[in-house]
Structures are given as structure tokens and as C-alpha cells.
Design a protein around this ligand. Sequence first.
Ligand code: RNT
Ligand code: ZN
Length: 425
Amino acid sequence: MSDFLAYANARAQYASLGVDTDAAIRTLAGVPVALHCWQGDDVRGFDGDPAAPLTGGIQTTGNFPGRARTPEELMADIDLALRLCPGTKKINLHASYAVFDETNGGWVDRDKLEPKHFAKWVEFCKARGLGCDFNPTFFSHPKCDPLTLSSPNPETRRFWIEHGKACIRISNYLAEELGQPCVMNIWTGDGLKDIPADRMGPRRRYREAIDEILSEPYDFNLVKPCVESKVFGIGVEAYTVGSAEFALSYAAMHSDKCIPLLDNGHYHPTEVVSDKIPALLAFFPEIALHITRGVRWDSDHVVLFDDETKEIAKEIVRCGGLDGHVHIALDYFDASINRIFAWVTGFRNVQKALLFALLQPTAHMQALQDAGRFTELMLCAEQMKTMPFSAVWAQYCAAQGVPAEDGAWFAAIEAYERGVLVKRV
Ligand code: RNT
Ligand code: ZN
């Protein structure tokens, strides 16, 4: 069957359930999703010793050839990834990806970063019509003692507060230059390996440090500071300063200037972010997400088209999150497979999940729930799983000018691996 017939057939089948496939495709095309730059180089960045370890309780594993070592390599890799992904894309940068060169005076430490250190990224985004999100980098740096914003040492705190403020100014610059809001996420790996004697002190200091960072002036319509919580990290198993209650309470008490960010790797294994989305949207006008896949822990595996990713997407759609209420970003890092493949697979899977969610007969299913018709609700939910989704996905990809079949785009990645990646030694 031709693609045209396959889509016509699928459209009719979905229409018989009251689902408009053309509208779903149109809606999805306008939803920004942020692609994280750090998948391309195993979260190393360009502002420190390239041999220095990744700290902050996060870890990449694997040594697949071809890690990007320079801004030019990373940009070239991102370019290929973007070409193979449908949808509206943003880039998500960490402060450690500052580009230092002779035109901007060379290296400065993180407390002294300025917009000019991100001019190359602005140029990159402008040439491709992309928005840009941003993150202060509170890890992998000699000034982590190992705490940062919650350190008992005032000098350490000062350094990191100044870094946070510099990042607000940079986020403002990115938003103004690119004409799109910049989501700026505050996450620290601050915590303790073993039973604390003082759980409150670090949290008080963290709270005051965030207050100070957010005292830097910004327009909340342009810069969207977030606080991301976490349950534990490697080497900080007993206590995390920015726990769920801490981050959520901070965001709730400062809802005029920051928003909560949920990373689905940052909860206990039977907790699900899909359920937290409507809980938070009952109170917060905006929330932000890091979509990832934890295998047994916050392992940051590549996002798959799996049940929880679909459920997260359904809640985003059902809660009206696509109208700017939910800021969607990816956050994973796998060094054991082709990194560009990892980017593309995860990004496309989020797109698939959103399309799948947009193709649910949501109003009908909600009416069944409210009427207590749970037998028919289960029947309908199961029927949706074998609908001709792939024909609608193919239509969406064609409209976006990217290959639909995974096999078709993988050839481009293989060629790049042979021609470029394996030569990076
Ligand atoms: C770590 C957090 C955080 C980082 C990125 C690199 O557990 O998820 O968001 O992954 O900032
Ligand atoms: Zn995250």
C-alpha cells in the first residue's frame, strides 16, 4: 500500500473514533522540545580539564568512539541529529559549554561568564531558527567542595551564587536574541554520602542561595528559572539537599519567579512523573520536565517509546500542557552507543509519544471514566494500542522532511560514524 493510501486509511479509522489525525500532526509540529547538548560529549563541556571526572553524583558509562571534543565537533553532531528529528526543536545548553576564543578574551571561570561566551551558540541557533534553554553548571569543577550552593563555606557559596546570577544574565541574552523564552534550570548534586548530623543547615543555605540568584533582575516571561529536585546520586546516597519537598516548596513559595522541574529519573522506582504532572498543574501555571529513562536507578538511559514515556505524553496533552504550560526537555547521556543515534532515538521517541497521545480519543475516554464505565474504558484504551499509528507517524515525518522509518535515518548516522566519528582519536 502506498504511504498516501496508508495514511488515508489510518485517518478514516481514527476519525471513526472522533480523532482528527491532521489536527494532531499540526499541533505537534508547533510544540518545542529541547535537545540537550550534553549527550554529545558525555557531559564534559569545554571550560575545564578535559580529563577531569564528571562529579555531582551523575555518571556516564561506555566508551563508544567519537565523543565531541570541541564546540565545532559538538555543533556538527547536533546538526546531524536535528536533521533527522521532526518537530520544533530547541537546544539545551549547560554553562560549561561556553565557547572561549580570541574574539571574546579567552577562558574565564564560571562566576565571570558573560553573554559573549555564548555568542557562537546564538549564531548557531539563529541560523537554524532554534530557541535555547540554559543551565548553570554546579558540578565537575574545582570549586565544588564538594557542596556548592549549600556549602558551609561562604566563599564556595559566593562563587556559585555569582555563577547562578551570571547564568540569569546569559539566559536573558539567549531569550532576547532568539525571541523565545529560555528555561534556566537550577540543579545541584549537593548531598551527603552518609547519615547527616544536620539536614536543615544545608537546605537553609541552599534556599538563601537560590533567593540571591533569583534577585538578579529578569523578565519572567523571557527567563524561566526552574528548580529540579532529586532523590539521590552516586556518592550522595544518604541525603540530597534539593529533595522533592525542598524544590517543590521553593517553587510553590516563589511561583511569581520560578517553576518546578521534574526529572523522571529522580523519584523512587514506583513513583511516576505522569501522575505528578496533573497534580502540579492543579496549582502551578507552568512546570518543566526532563524526560529520561532510569533503569533501576537514575541511570539516564536513552528515552524509548515505552509505557511511561507514553503516559507522560498523555498527561501533558490531557492537561493542556502543549499550550506552553509544560516545558519539555530531554536529559540522558549514554556513552556506550553511537551518541548521535542516542540523541535522535530519544528525541523521536518523545515525538512519537506526543503524537500517540494526541491521537487518543481523550474526551470520550474521560466521559467513560466519569460515567463509571470502566469496562469500556479498558476496551477503548486497549483498542488504541493497535490502531495504525505508524501511518500517521510516517505522514508527520514526511511533512517535517525527515525519514519515518528508523532504518532509513540510521544509514546517515552510520555514514557519519565511518566518515567522522571513528577518526576522532
Ligand atoms: C542530574 C540532573 C541534571 C543533569 C543535567 C546535566 O541528575 O538530572 O538535570 O542531568 O543538568
Ligand atoms: Zn535532569
